[in-house]
Design a protein. Structure first.
Length: 126
């Protein structure tokens, strides 16, 4: 599912929903930050992440960079459109899924770190 595998959190979801709602609008990091009530330095990585995931395209350079909703595939567009409908109708359910996914990523990372401590310990002693 898009939420579990590709979106890192609520801010990224909100940025995606914003550009999806207005696909003909080219968005700067500053405009996204202003609309979502985020610091501009926080919106830049959100837009870069959406670009890396094939959900937006980037045009221009530096302060002139603009991002527009243009999914890489029709299937991705359909998935984002479905997500937008679900988020509009059941926002708390979507937020619960995002929260659960974030906790799972944290647990997984902690387990890897813990396991790696033993592997590193064995290499030193071996």
């Amino acid at each position: 599912m898009l939420l579990r595998q590709h979106l890192s959190g609520l801010d990224e979801l909100e940025a995606l929903m914003l550009v999806h709602r207005e696909p003909s609008t080219p968005w700067t990091a500053s405009a996204v930050a202003q609309r979502l009530g985020l610091p501009e330095r926080a919106s830049e990585p959100l837009l870069a992440g959406l670009k890396a995931k094939g959900m937006v395209v980037e045009e221009g350079r530096g302060a002139e960079r603009e991002f527009s909703y243009r999914p890489a595939t029709p299937a991705l567009d359909a998935t984002v459109t479905s997500l937008a409908t679900i988020y509009r109708e059941r926002p708390l359910e979507v937020m619960r899924i995002l929260s659960h996914s974030a906790l799972e990523r944290i647990r997984s990372a902690a387990a890897r770190t813990f396991a790696d401590a033993f592997v590193i310990g064995r290499k030193k002693g071996g």
